[in-house]
Design a binder for this molecule. Structure first.
Ligand SMILES: [Ca+2]
Length: 306
C-alpha cells in the first residue's frame, strides 16, 4: 500500500515541478533539467523512498540505477513515430555516455514506467515499463543497469514451448512491487473464463521468474459462474477436505487457480461453501475437462476473449 501512496506523492511532486518549469520558461526546453529525487520529508525513511519511483514522460530524473554511488539520468519521451504511432524512447545518461535503452514503436496505450528496487538486498534499481496493446494485451519490460550498460532482464516465456515474448518482455501488466521483492502483475489466466489473474514474479539468479508455484488469484474480479449440471468437487471446511457434488444451479466465483491450471478454487456466491474443482486438459483444446466432460457441460456461460 505504501508504494501506491508513495507513487502518488512522487507524481504530485513531479507535476508541481513540471508546472513550475512551464511557468518559468513558457516554452519547451530542449534540455530539461533533471529532477532531483530529494526525500519528501526528512522523516521519510530513505529505504522506502527508493523502493519504487514512478517516472513521468519528458521528465528526466536522477537515480543511482546501478547502485555505484553516482547518479544516472533516466528518462522517457513520447515522440511521433512511424505509421502515426507514438514512439516511446527510453534513455539513460551515464557520467560519460548516453544510451538509448529502447525505442518502443508500435501501437500502445496506458504506458507507465517505474524505477523499482532490483531485489530486497540490493541497492540497484531496475527500470520497469508496462503498456497495453491490441485489445487488452500487455507487455512489461524489466531493464537492469550493470557495468555501464542497460540490458533487458530475461523473462520466462508464456506459451507451452517456452518461447520468449517479443522484445524480451513479460506478457503481463505490472501492478506493484512488494517490500519483500515480489513483482505483482496482472496476467492472462483464461481458466474457466477468468480473463486476468494476479500473479507474483521475482528476480531469481538474474532472471525474472515465477515466485512460488505461479498461482493466479482473483481478489478483485468476481465473475459469477452458474452451474447447469451436478459437478464433482472437493469441499473445504474447517481445514479438512471432503469430496462431494455441487448441485446444478449453484452460483460461484473463482478465487485462485493453482497446480499449473489443474485446480480452480471457488467460493459460492453466498460465500457459505468453499472448495476446488479438478481440471484436466486435452492436447490442442483450450477447454478444461471436469470428470471427463468439458466445461460447457457444467456451466451456463463461460466468457472468453476472442
Ligand atoms: Ca550509478
Amino acid at each position: 500500500m505504501f508504494t501506491k501512496i508513495l507513487s502518488f506523492l512522487m507524481a504530485v511532486v513531479f507535476m508541481f515541478a513540471l508546472s513550475a518549469c512551464t511557468i518559468e520558461t513558457n516554452q519547451p526546453s530542449e534540455t530539461p533539467t533533471p529532477t532531483s529525487l530529494a526525500p519528501i520529508s526528512s522523516s521519510e525513511p530513505a529505504k522506502e523512498a527508493s523502493d519504487i519511483i514512478e517516472l513521468i514522460k519528458d521528465t528526466p530524473v536522477e537515480i543511482d540505477m546501478d547502485g555505484d554511488g553516482t547518479m544516472e539520468i533516466l528518462s522517457y519521451t513520447l515522440e511521433e513515430g512511424e505509421y502515426d504511432f507514438t514512439k516511446a524512447v527510453f534513455t539513460v545518461e551515464y557520467q560519460d555516455k548516453t544510451q538509448v535503452i529502447h525505442e518502443l514503436n508500435e501501437e500502445f496505450y496506458e504506458l507507465s514506467a517505474y524505477a523499482v528496487k532490483l531485489d530486497v538486498l540490493s541497492q540497484e534499481m531496475m527500470l520497469v515499463y508496462t503498456y497495453t496493446f491490441a485489445s487488452e494485451d500487455s507487455n512489461t519490460a524489466f531493464v537492469r543497469f550493470e557495468n555501464g550498460e542497460a540490458k533487458f532482464i530475461p523473462v520466462p516465456g508464456v506459451d507451452e514451448e517456452g518461447k520468449p515474448t517479443d522484445y524480451d518482455m513479460l506478457y503481463a501488466k505490472f501492478a506493484d512491487f512488494t517490500e519483500d521483492g515480489k513483482i505483482i502483475v496482472k496476467q492472462v489466466c483464461d481458466t474457466l473464463g477468468t480473463r486476468f489473474g494476479t500473479r507474483e514474479y521475482m528476480l531469481l539468479a538474474g532472471k525474472i521468474a515465477l515466485a512460488g508455484e505461479g498461482d493466479y488469484t482473483f481478489e478483485n474480479t468476481r465473475f459469477i459462474l452458474t452451474t447447469i449440471a451436478d459437478m464433482p468437487v472437493t469441499f473445504i471446511a474447517n481445514s479438512s477436505e471432503l469430496s462431494g457434488t455441487l448441485p446444478s444451479g449453484t452460483k460461484l466465483y473463482l478465487t485462485k487457480v493453482a497446480n499449473h491450471g489443474a485446480r480452480a478454487y471457488f467460493t459460492t456466491e453466498d460465500e457459505t461453501q468453499h472448495g476446488y474443482i479438478e481440471l484436466e486438459y486435452k492436447k490442442d483444446d483450450y477447454k478444461a475437462y471436469i470428470d471427463g466432460k468439458d466445461e460447457d457441460h457444467y456451466f451456463e456461460f463461460i466468457p472468453y476473449a476472442d
